[in-house]
Design a protein around this ligand. Structure first.
Ligand SMILES: [Zn+2]
Length: 448
């Protein structure tokens, strides 16, 4: 593997060195030096990062690659209508080709906006295509098939038998977990606490423990939905997960907008991560997760864009900006400083995936997952913090280069392992195919 030397950068290390003017040397996939005038092997590839801000790559803790091609189809709806009218039928309509196009599009857009690692939940079928997309384009990915072996209202389109879901899950673990030099990992992803049977949950938790897999699910997104679910189950989601033995440091719960005090205490005590998805929560009118409260109790909180069906861009820069400013609606300008938002997107994300000390920071010995942002409105050494600039001026910074495991996957703003124009065109074609398939299933008299 060719060595890479990044020179003349403003480096946000997220580690002991803080932010400094430095060079970063990458050898054999690892960061081997951070400092001034670092000497590099003669054959090292040099990236001139003059005027750039260099950071650890963003770790996204909640996304759905399978939904990238749904972008723009299901707009201005609450979660339940959004699911019933669009997401269940669209996911059912996905075949291997449209799944592949959707997943490749999602991975590409994330890499091009500085995300190097992500945790994604797919639908019940064709999960291999999502793994292959991440593997081919060079991203670091933890991906799970959605497990839905207990029929909830509206989900009968997608539900699987317990036996079929389990067989597919085990096959995916055997096929993909740890593949591509451990760049690709498998998550256990019951879609929601009540989407899987208690037996499936018990077996899934045991499987996760056996293989050290991330457990990934959705919790308390919409208030009416969580009240209804807790009434049906006789207990609230987080309490149910606790009873199932599903909370812990390897578990990531998306959303958590509506939590009782008891639930917050359980999350903090168990080391469970919450994936904060501010754009998705606001767009679907679900509310704002009280992240300052969670952090105050010591809960690990990561950042996620959620899928493009409720976010549209998958752009980490916009998510960082929103995550930092929305909590100030309370009247407190320090409710979520930029540095805390950036921690969520890097260090906390790495912790969520069990990769603390390996990912999420730039330091000697860490895996070289790095983003180089062109920042034309930033001038080093004039008093402005590079982290503040990245978070508050997000749309003005553009991605120049991205390394994953020391391999260049974006260079000069272009994908190295694919052509973005083709990927977008294929994604758009998949969207048209899927929209047509769903329209064909609508009965006469439906509004849409
Ligand atoms: Zn989601």
């Amino acid at each position: 593997m060719q060595s890479v030397i990044i020179r003349h950068a403003t480096v946000v290390t997220q580690g002991e060195l803080g932010t400094l003017q430095a060079d970063v040397l990458v050898e054999n996939g690892l960061i081997t030096a951070v400092g001034t005038d670092v000497s590099a092997p003669d054959d090292a590839r040099e990236i001139d990062a003059t005027g750039c801000i260099v950071t650890p790559g963003v770790v996204q803790t909640h996304v759905h690659l399978c939904q990238t091609a749904f972008s723009g189809l299901a707009e201005d709806l609450d979660v339940m209508s959004w699911l019933d009218q669009w997401i269940w039928p669209l996911e059912q309509a996905l075949d291997a080709d449209t799944m592949s196009a959707s997943a490749r599009w999602g991975v590409a857009e994330m890499l091009l906006s500085g995300t190097t690692s992500f945790l994604s939940m797919e639908t019940t079928h064709h999960t291999d295509q999502a793994f292959q997309a991440a593997a081919d384009l060079g991203a670091r990915a933890t991906i799970g098939k959605a497990i839905m072996d207990r029929e909830e209202p509206g989900t009968r389109l997608l539900g699987e038998s317990t036996e079929a879901a389990w067989a597919d899950l085990v096959r995916l673990v055997e096929t993909w977990h740890g593949s591509y030099d451990d760049r690709i990992r498998v998550a256990v992803s019951p879609r929601a606490p009540s989407a899987a049977t208690p037996q499936m949950w018990a077996d899934s938790v045991a499987l996760a423990s056996q293989h050290d897999l991330t457990i990934h699910t959705h919790v308390n997104e919409n208030r009416g939905q969580s009240d209804k679910v807790s009434e049906a189950n006789g207990t609230r989601d987080v309490l149910l997960l606790s009873e199932l033995g599903a909370l812990g440091p390897r578990t990531v719960l998306a959303h958590c907008v509506w939590l009782e005090d008891e639930e917050v205490t359980l999350l903090a005590g168990s080391g469970t991560t919450v994936a904060h998805c501010p754009t998705a929560n606001l767009k679907l009118g679900s509310g704002i997760a009280n992240v300052p409260r969670l952090r105050g109790h010591g809960v690990n909180v990561g950042l996620g864009t959620d899928g493009a069906a409720c976010n549209n861009t998958l752009d980490a820069r916009r998510e960082l900006f929103l995550a930092s400013i929305i909590h100030r609606a309370s009247g407190d300008p320090q409710a979520m400083p930029a540095s805390q938002a950036f921690d969520m997107a890097t260090l906390n994300g790495a912790r969520a995936l069990g990769r603390e000390g390996e990912l999420g920071a730039i330091a000697v010995g860490m895996i070289a997952d790095i983003a180089v942002f062109r920042a034309p409105q930033f001038t080093a050494r004039t008093g402005e913090s590079a982290v503040d600039h990245l978070v508050y001026s997000g749309s003005t910074v553009t991605v120049s280069s991205v390394l994953v495991g020391g391999e260049l996957v974006v260079h000069d703003g272009q994908l190295v392992n694919g052509d973005i124009a083709t990927i977008r065109a294929e994604g758009a074609a998949a969207r048209a195919t899927l929209a047509y398939a769903v329209a064909a299933t609508r009965t006469v008299g439906d509004e849409r």
